[in-house]
Ligand binder design. Structure first.
Ligand code: DP6
Length: 325
């Protein structure tokens, strides 16, 4: 096997209908379907080279050697790619993010989408977008939604074959922006993987899962019709349902900071005053303010003025993962 050097780029995604909890943790088959949009302004760029001279896999993330746990997760995924390509060659993986990792900005989604696309190409595998998404899911559930572009639906199904992300609308279907209020950029205390594993300990998880199909359908219809008021209602309700599960899990996960709540309250007040904006929050304290592109500059200005907001990132809807070199 020759040392083919391949680089891929992937964007993280923000879930509008959340994935929280698995029916099968090992295969990462989710408890419920989820729906997201990719974030064009945020990106992970990953270069993979399988080289016969290497006697161990090397993993560099943001110019530093990966921690033991990150390295182990990357190697496990390289092993999946090696098994598919029937090779044993070790690889060097060099990955960079243009946004801070560990802030609840879903760095694992873009990380494993980029790794999947780069590693498969470097190993000489030619897989369809569906197959790449399915493979990325094994490393990080939300990564399957960063493989296809635009607005992506990850359908819950109870077998590996049909569990992957599919585009329901391309990025230019609706020019929504995500104005991200960073209220804390430290590494999060409890990662999503541990969170998914304890979701079932919350008495609210069964009710959340049972009621997700209705919210998903409303969210899908709102996106297809470009109906912002309908979208606003359903995404806030869905994010709060997930956080209610997190807070009532054993142990309890409470990701919010005082500034998280300040931004949520402000978003509701602005909406009452006629500004098109709604919030959603992942497994972290930062608030994603979703709005039509026309409202974005005003939302950004208002969010920046809230005490406790350290930084603001703004992104339009992004495309899928692809090989760049
Ligand atoms: C709250 O995909 O990060 O962002 O499969 O263990 O890597 P793993 O979890 P991950 O979970 C994402 C959880 C979420 C909601 C979402 O993105 O749907």
């Amino acid at each position: 096997m020759s040392g083919r050097n391949t680089t891929a780029i992937a964007h993280p995604n923000i879930a509008l209908i959340k994935y929280w909890g698995n029916r099968d943790n090992a295969l990462r088959l989710p408890a419920n379907s989820s729906l997201s949009m990719n974030l064009a302004a945020l990106a992970t760029t990953t270069t993979v080279e399988f080289h016969p001279d290497l006697n161990a896999d090397g993993v560099t993330i943001d110019d530093a050697e990966a921690t033991a746990s990150a390295r182990e997760r990357v190697i496990k995924h390289l092993d999946r790619v090696r098994a598919l390509a029937s090779i044993n060659t070790k690889a060097s993986v060099i990955s960079r993010n243009n946004f801070p990792a560990g802030t609840g900005l879903a760095s694992s989604a873009s990380a494993f989408a980029a790794l999947t696309v780069a590693a498969c190409a470097a190993a000489g595998l030619q897989l369809s977008t569906d197959a790449l998404s399915r493979l990325a899911r094994r490393a990080s559930g939300s990564a399957c939604r960063s493989v296809p572009g635009g607005y992506v639906l990850w359908d819950s199904c109870n077998v590996d074959d049909c569990s992957y992300g599919r585009t329901i609308a391309p990025p230019d279907h609706w020019d929504l922006h995500d104005v991200i209020a960073i209220v804390e950029s430290a590494h999060k205390a409890t990662g999503s993987t541990e969170g998914h594993a304890i979701a079932g300990t919350s008495p609210l998880q069964a009710a959340r899962v049972a009621s997700t199909p209705g919210r998903l359908e409303r969210c899908r219809a709102a996106i297809l019709a470009r109906d912002f008021p309908a979208l606003a209602d359903v995404i806030e309700q869905d994010a709060l349902a997930m956080h209610a599960v997190m807070m009532t899990s054993v142990p309890s996960l409470l990701y919010w900071r005082p500034a998280t709540l300040a931004v949520m309250q402000a978003v509701r007040a602005w909406r009452t005053d006629g500004l098109a904006v709604a919030f959603t929050i992942d497994a972290g304290p930062n608030v994603h303010c979703i709005c039509p592109a026309e409202s974005s500059a005003q939302v950004e200005r208002l969010v920046r003025a809230i005490p406790g907001v350290e930084r603001v990132l703004v992104s339009a809807v992004g495309g899928g993962s692809h090989v760049v070199a």
